[in-house]
Design a protein around this ligand. Structure first.
Ligand SMILES: [Zn+2]
Length: 535
């Protein structure tokens, strides 16, 4: 008979190898292959000692965790089992197969039985052919699962304490920063990317929306964060097969940058977590649980700019009015004649503003004619642009002026402080003198009358000294405020170029109030006055 009887059938063995954390600890840390080699030798040796076994294939994962992470070779092993290509699964131990009790139950205790596959774990004597073995295998499985849970919890609490100390724990830096070469838990400014971040904040404040900013940056070939990081060899946290240069700025990327407090120098971590050590699905944590530590690294955006952007964002996302446009002059336009606000009214074609004291049924104000909204808009736009234009023209001059003013400003302060010092010195030397005189009086060298006269003179002097000091202090404060307000105006203007269109942000920044007067019939004109936010 040529047939090989069932009893003599050779059993095809699949060996499963997995790298594990314990191996890392014990052995040469850089050489993963050592542990795999040892496992392989041990298993092949076993097969050779058992003549009913023959090696079918080797399945080898370099996964360290043993939990539900991606294990492609494990998947291949299971598929081959299901397709009945193998008869025996051989491992160093049950824990190499999996540390997850659910997986052990599912495969070793159920599916394998169904598929008629024998499982052998050498070091823990697990063998599904040995019926009395099941309990000890289950106990082993439980112990392994507890071990995994402990490791996972330890890692979590180690991360949490790092986060609480303001250490940056992600391997991926946020755009605008890079991970410090000296300390990989610290962020340092990436100067080039930081400039892009700053310009995004500025663009938003000039009135562009998220999408418009993304388009603007793309049109100028400003690299998106992914592409920038790729260009500069910085670690990326995306898995995409798309060519990096095709990854462009998106609305979402802009929004993320405009809302991230990391640019203020604060770290907010632990926003997300995995469901459990078995389930690596990401879930969002409650805001109360986020770990926020202030001033952990250098800021890119100052607090004033950041807060302004958040405020504007809130306003822009308010429900839009029926006209579909946010009323850009809302709260700003008043009647020059009576001081009441100008209300908006619509015709089929245009929008108008009219003194609120004139409405159906009664008209209290002499300012009866409405002004077309778009007309007022054009006027204001022109006035603002003129102001900016003027400023640009004289910018150089102004800079020089600022410098000279700064110079004289500090000189003036210094000389005032010197004066103050001198006076204070005089006061203290007079005090000393007075002390001596008092001793002379006590010793009978001068008379009481003489002492009283000197005392009176001293008091007079002290009053005048104090008055002088008060004056000097007032001068210093005055100089300082002047200098500040000049710097503020400078700041507002230097931010902007000419505008093509007005928006609420520009209006709010430049203008406090607009007053619209009545029509002068003789000259066919009306007075419009603007109260600026600066002098
Ligand atoms: Zn009025």
């Amino acid at each position: 008979m040529n047939d090989i009887g069932v009893d003599n059938k050779l059993l095809k063995v699949g060996i499963y190898l997995r790298l594990s954390n314990e191996d890392k600890d014990k052995q040469n840390k850089d050489d993963d292959s050592e542990s795999i080699k040892n496992q392989r030798n041990m298993l092949i040796d076993y097969i050779e000692k058992h003549e009913e076994f023959v090696l079918f294939d080797e399945y080898c994962d370099k996964d360290l965790s043993g939990a539900g992470t991606y294990r492609p070779e494990f998947e291949r092993l299971i598929t081959d089992c299901e397709n009945k290509k193998i008869d025996v699964v051989l491992c160093k131990s049950q824990s190499r197969f999996s540390r997850d009790m659910e997986i052990i139950e599912k495969y070793i205790n159920n599916k394998f039985k169904e598929w008629n596959i024998r499982f052998i774990g050498l070091s823990d004597n697990a063998d599904t052919d040995n019926i009395g073995n099941k309990k000890s295998r289950q106990i082993n499985g439980l112990v392994n699962e507890w071990y995994l849970e402990d490791v996972s919890n330890n890692i979590r609490s180690a991360f949490l304490s790092k986060m609480k100390q303001g250490e940056f724990i992600s391997p991926f830096a946020v755009f605008g920063y890079k991970i410090s070469e000296e300390n990989n838990n610290k962020l340092v400014v990436d100067n080039v990317a930081a400039e892009i971040v700053k310009s995004i904040y500025n663009l938003y404040l000039t009135g562009l929306g998220f999408t418009a900013i993304a388009k603007y940056l793309n049109s100028r070939n400003i690299p998106s964060p992914s592409f920038y990081k790729y260009q500069n060899g910085i670690k990326l946290n995306i898995n995409s097969n798309r060519p990096r240069e095709e990854i462009k700025w998106t609305t979402n990327a802009i929004k993320t940058i405009l809302t991230n407090e990391i640019y203020l120098g604060h770290l907010i971590q632990g926003k997300r977590t995995t469901v459990s050590y078995k389930n690596h699905k990401i879930k969002k944590k409650d805001e109360k649980e986020w770990v926020k530590v202030k001033n952990t690294h250098e800021a890119i955006i100052d607090e004033e700019t950041f807060n302004k952007v958040q405020k504007v964002m809130k306003e822009r996302t308010k429900p839009i009015k029926i006209t579909g446009l946010v009323h850009i002059f809302s709260g700003k336009v008043f009647c020059l004649e009576c001081g009441h606000y100008m209300r908006k009214k619509n015709s089929n074609k245009y929008e108008y503003l009219v003194c609120s004291e004139n409405r159906d049924g009664y008209d209290e104000c002499v300012n009866k004619t409405s002004i077309r909204y778009d007309v007022l808009e054009n006027i204001i736009l022109e006035v603002i642009n003129n102001k900016i234009q003027k400023f640009q023209d004289i910018k150089e001059l102004e800079n020089l002026y600022l410098k000279s003013k700064k110079y004289s400003f500090s000189n003036q302060i210094i000389s005032l402080k010197l004066q103050k010092n001198n006076i204070e010195k005089q006061i203290s030397s007079t005090k000393n003198y007075l002390k001596n005189v008092y001793e002379d009086k006590v010793n009978g060298i001068i008379t009481l009358k003489q002492f009283k006269d000197l005392m009176e003179e001293y008091n007079k002097n002290e009053d005048s000294y104090n008055e002088q000091i008060r004056l000097i202090n007032r001068k210093i404060t005055h100089l300082k405020t002047n200098n500040e307000s000049f710097k503020n105006v400078h700041k507002i203007f230097s931010k902007y170029q000419k505008f093509d269109k007005l928006n609420k942000i520009i209006i709010d920044e430049f203008i406090d109030k607009i007053y619209v007067g009545k029509i002068n019939k003789k000259r066919n004109s009306r007075d419009i006055q603007i109260k600026w936010n600066f002098k």
